[in-house]
Write a protein that binds this ligand. Structure first.
Ligand code: 13P
Length: 253
């Protein structure tokens, strides 16, 4: 099995003004220190990308954006393109988060175009998938993942030199304090890896990092990371505080 370097990613969602983002990221740089055993990403709102980029310069942390629009430029008021995000210092971009699907009508077809645009700008897409509570309760978890993965990654030319990152975020575990049971998370991650293998081959399936997201905290990260198909975490609420996010990053110690 390929060894996959863990990725601990913080999604700040719609939190933090520019001064708040600057203070938080400076404190994080201090608390996190030099880390080489895991990759670290923080994704502030667009408005704070510039200040955070400057604050984390030369640190172990890398920058991500929370969304993009697939056109490079044009009359699309309010949107931000992949080349713009890359030029702001981002290495990663979150795509298809459940909050965008739920509140802003994002579809798997749109997710597909966004992933393509991210690759064209040499960004690493962090593609979010996951079922809602009613979908899980009615036994549809796997069929939801089938559709999100198959349509989201449709016709993409993926390779092992620059694989996307997948984030499994069961919607019922986001911001609720309910984390998936380790066996539920492992089952979903293994299923996603199998889908990648079927669609793109074993080599990509063993290289791709699959993150877990949904109420990840200092108290549950080690247990999640011990599972064979969990390669990192996409952290919401607990990434807003330098104390908790740095504890999650240092889960091994
Ligand atoms: P919480 O960690 O706040 O549950 O959020 C998870 C998430 O949506 C990360 O993208």
């Amino acid at each position: 099995m390929a060894s996959r370097k863990p990725l601990i990613a913080g999604n700040w969602k719609m939190f933090k003004t520019c001064p708040e983002a600057e203070t938080t990221s400076r404190q994080l740089v201090e608390r996190v220190g030099d880390v080489s055993s895991v990759d670290i990403m923080i994704a502030p709102p667009f408005t704070a990308l510039a200040v955070v980029s400057k604050a984390i310069e030369g640190s172990s942390m890398e920058l991500g954006a929370q969304n993009l629009y697939w056109e490079k430029e044009g009359a699309f008021t309010g949107e931000v393109s992949a080349p713009m995000i890359a030029s702001a210092g981002c290495r990663y971009v979150i795509i298809g988060h459940s909050e965008r699907r739920q509140f802003f009508g994002e579809t798997d077809a749109g997710v597909n175009k966004k992933i393509q645009a991210a690759f064209e700008a040499s960004l690493i897409p962090v593609v979010c998938v996951g079922e809602t509570e009613p979908e899980r309760d009615s036994g549809k978890t796997f069929s939801v993942l089938d559709k999100q993965i198959q349509e989201g990654l449709k016709d993409l030319n993926l390779n092992t030199s620059n694989p996307p990152v997948i984030a499994y975020e069961p919607v019922w575990a986001i911001g609720t304090g309910k984390t998936a049971q380790p066996e539920q998370a492992q089952e979903a991650h293994a299923y996603i890896r199998k889908l990648i293998s079927q669609g793109f081959g074993d080599e990509l399936a063993s290289a791709i990092r699959i993150l877990y997201g949904g109420s990840v905290k200092p108290g549950n990260i080690a247990e999640l990371m011990a599972l064979p198909d969990i390669d990192g975490a996409l952290v919401g609420g607990a990434s807003l505080k330098p104390e908790t996010f740095s504890e999650i990053i240092h889960y091994r110690t």
